[in-house]
Design a binder for this molecule. Structure first.
Ligand SMILES: *[C@@H]1O[C@H](CO)[C@@H](O)[C@H](O)[C@H]1NC(C)=O
Ligand SMILES: *[C@@H]1O[C@H](CO)[C@@H](O)[C@H](O)[C@H]1NC(C)=O
Ligand SMILES: *[C@@H]1O[C@H](CO)[C@@H](O)[C@H](O)[C@H]1NC(C)=O
Ligand SMILES: CC(=O)N[C@H]1CO[C@H](CO)[C@@H](O)[C@@H]1O
Length: 503
């Protein structure tokens, strides 16, 4: 049997102290060992060494978690609890997260490989804001009264679904957990969460502060495990009314299939992307280069909204590539230990991801593309890949069509606005897009023509919790964040009251 806790003393330039988590499942308000014995080894991608072992559940544990969530929904959550009380608890957990931000950031840096400062200033900052933002909504969503006929009173009301399943990816583990949990709980649902098997540590730490915040037992349940056991059980469960998944399009399709084969649960999907980022001749070159670089290299390219196809108009193509090369090389020289203050670029999350990204780079080369900069492993002993720019690409190449999910940008030259819209839309994805131009009418015309759920003008990836996030086409179904984000977790009931009409 694996130990029931993990703790590590870190003495680094950016974090000094202990990090610790309970390694069991969190069901019905307590940490418990799974029904069947099972463990997952947790790897530090900066060293490729195993750092911890956590317990892994199976379908039986999902059953227990759903039962606990169902009971909590009936007795101590849902619309029984006023929105102001749900808000109070969400604010409480936000405060606790903020008070422990360094330890959470250290766990994220250790497990995901992202620079500690990035985990702290991006992931954790947004996670806290998301909890507070939806605490604000918890007592503000309602229905409307609808005028029909004076003998009748009609109104709608927004009700929670009951038990919802949240399946979380590994790229922004705690942030994306909060993106789902906060609106789900604010709306009055109870949750069964499956963290990624690759990055389970911050979810377990989060379970501790959920307890401390005083949530009734069973409102939040966390079942670590693999996709083909725990994820599959959630997607097929008859007592789960909605499942929200962030991850690959391949798995998203399986979840929708499972929903269709079981109870037709509502499915929210936040999937992959191959987002176009278009730079016109009249753009502010310096700004376009900076935003485009962070747009693809952010989080080691492990971001669904990454602007991975950068279209540059012929007039500034040479200048743009020269400047972006400098940014990529500079980032390359700040690659390394996530716990160093100056590190800006860490490893890919796992061997599997490292191999996938390197495979894409090799396949681009084989297909005749030019690896303009980067394209190789950085150092040895971690899953580090140098920021990479590929040129001379053709629309049919894998590097242009498939999501790479690594620090790899394809640069494509274009001549006209019409041509670039066609090329940009020529993908099965539709998550985000970017347009750089000083001509406002052109900016608006182009973002309206692009098939994407989110558009950035003269910036890239500049998201806010108040604004909905999600994709068109095969990039997903539904929206997170904003008012839309909480409405996704509520269903509308229409009520017709007869005020005296007799038949
Ligand atoms: C309201 O509905 C009743 C029943 O259909 C109908 O008789 C009545 O005329 C309606 N009133 C108005 C103001 O339309
Ligand atoms: C769209 O992509 C396909 C390959 O997937 C390619 O053959 C075709 O030329 C592209 N069309 C445009 C307008 O880029
Ligand atoms: C913006 O672009 C349109 C054509 O798309 C052009 O007619 C107009 O003159 C441009 N405006 C400026 C200020 O350059
Ligand atoms: C508005 C617009 O031009 N949409 C086009 C985007 O590109 C796709 C694929 O090339 C076209 O089918 C759309 O008509």
């Amino acid at each position: 049997m694996a130990p029931t806790s993990f703790s590590l003393e870190l003495n680094t330039p950016v974090y000094r102290g202990t990090v610790s988590v309970d390694t069991r499942l969190f069901i019905g308000g307590s940490f418990v060992v799974p029904v069947e014995s099972g463990e997952i080894e947790v790897v530090n991608p900066s060293t490729t060494k195993v750092i911890a072992s956590v317990y892994a559940g199976t379908a039986e544990d999902v059953d227990l978690a759903v039962a606990a969530a169902k009971k909590a929904y009936k007795n101590s959550w849902g619309l029984k609890v006023p929105g102001t009380e749900r808000a109070r608890l969400l604010k409480q957990v936000a405060d606790l997260l903020e008070a422990n931000v360094d330890e959470f950031a250290a766990l994220e840096a250790l497990n995901v490989g992202k620079p500690f400062m990035m985990a702290k200033n991006m992931d954790l900052k947004f996670a806290v804001s998301t909890l507070r933002y939806y605490a604000g909504w918890a007592d503000k969503v309602g229905g409307k009264t609808i005028e029909t006929n004076e003998t009748k009173f009609s109104y709608t009301r927004r009700e929670p679904y009951g038990v919802v399943g949240n399946i979380i990816p590994w790229n922004l583990p705690l942030l994306l957990l909060c993106n789902k949990l906060a609106p789900a709980l604010a709306a009055g649902n109870t949750v069964v969460i499956k963290p990624s098997e690759v990055t389970p540590l911050t979810a377990l730490k989060f379970a501790e502060i959920v307890s401390q915040a005083g949530f009734p037992p069973g409102v939040v349940n966390i079942v670590n495990g693999y996709g083909n056991t725990v994820g599959d059980a959630i997607a097929h469960h008859h007592d789960i009314s909605l499942v929200s998944f962030t991850g690959s399009t391949v798995v998203g399709r399986k979840i929708q299939e499972a929903a269709a084969k079981s109870n037709l649960k509502v499915v929210h999907l936040e999937l992959g992307g191959k987002s176009p980022n278009i730079i016109f001749d009249d753009a502010n070159l310096e700004q376009a280069v900076k935003w485009s670089s962070s747009g693809i290299f952010f989080n080691m390219g492990q971001a669904c909204i990454a602007g991975s196809r950068i279209f540059v108009q012929a007039g500034i193509y040479d200048k743009f590539i020269a400047e972006m090369t400098k940014v990529a090389q500079n980032l390359g020289s700040h690659t390394g230990d996530p716990f160093e203050e100056t590190t800006q670029h860490g490893p890919q999350v796992s061997q599997v991801q490292f191999d996938r990204v390197m495979g894409h780079i090799r396949s681009a080369k084989t297909a005749g593309a030019t690896i303009h900069v980067g394209g190789y492993q950085h150092g040895n002993g971690g899953y580090f890949i140098q920021p990479t720019i590929i040129t001379d690409v053709k629309p049919e190449m894998k590097a242009v069509k498939e999501e790479i999910f690594g620090p790899v940008a394809s640069l494509i030259k274009f001549e006209t606005e019409e041509e670039v819209i066609e090329m940009a839309n020529n993908t099965t994805y539709g998550l985000a897009c970017g347009v750089f131009t000083e001509n406002n009418s052109r900016a608006i015309r182009v973002v309206h023509a692009l098939e994407a759920g989110m558009a950035f003008v003269n910036c890239y990836g500049l998201v806010d919790v108040q604004v909905p996030f999600g994709g068109y086409k095969q990039s997903g179904i539904g929206r997170e964040w904003g008012q839309e984000g909480i409405e996704e977790y509520m269903q509308v009931k229409a009520v017709h009251v007869n005020l005296g009409l007799k038949i």
